[in-house]
Design a protein around this ligand. Structure first.
Ligand SMILES: Cc1cc2nc3c(=O)[nH]c(=O)nc-3n(C[C@H](O)[C@H](O)[C@H](O)COP(=O)(O)OP(=O)(O)OC[C@H]3O[C@@H](n4cnc5c(N)ncnc54)[C@H](O)[C@@H]3O)c2cc1C
Length: 141
């Protein structure tokens, strides 16, 4: 069984920043993420993709409403939604690999799976709950 000084569950901004700091402090650190990609809500479905799309829509608004005021003539402004989404996906992917690289440079081991805190029954005899794992084989860290 591989042992770590600290195991962080979840690789959102809370988790990956904690993992980086723990690694920098010299702790043997692992991070467990149930999603395929690191970065959590913020990077994958929240702040980053929403701001990437907002930037695109800002450009549309500029082209439609502001450009003419600057003497810039842009005719027939159209939105290619799939392309806009592709750009957003690329931004997210780039940042996903950035977080992965940060884990590597700070010597943080990453695991894909569901992290569970297992209470030791001899310490908590009244607690009869068992950790449930989905699909994958449990691995104790
Ligand atoms: C549309 C949207 C836009 C947003 N925009 C902004 C913004 O502009 N600015 C801002 O500051 N905030 C924004 N937020 C909020 C921001 O996303 C959250 O505050 C931030 O993600 C919280 O970080 P976290 O690390 O606590 O949790 P999360 O980012 O949710 O990360 C938790 C991670 O833990 C994983 N996980 C959970 N349980 C387990 C388990 N048992 N085992 C393994 N992995 C597990 C999850 O899969 C997830 O990856 C936005 C949110 C949304 C939805």
């Amino acid at each position: 069984m591989e042992k770590f000084d600290i195991v962080i569950i979840g690789s959102g901004p809370g988790g990956y920043i904690a993992a980086i700091r723990a690694g920098q402090l010299g702790l043997k650190t692992a991070i467990v993420e149930k999603d395929k990609e690191l970065g959590g809500t913020c990077l994958n479905v929240g702040c980053i993709p929403s701001k990437a799309l907002l930037t695109s829509s800002d450009h549309v608004m500029f082209a439609r409403k502001e450009a003419a005021k600057h003497g810039i003539v842009i005719d027939n402004v159209q939105v290619d939604l799939p392309k806009m989404q592709q750009r957003k996906d690329k931004v997210v992917r780039t940042m996903n690999s950035g977080v992965r690289a940060l884990m590597k440079t700070n010597k943080v081991t990453t695991f894909e799976g569901i992290g569970t805190i297992i209470l030791r029954l001899e310490k908590f005899p009244l607690n009869r709950r068992k950790a449930r794992h989905r699909k994958s084989k449990p691995k104790t860290l």
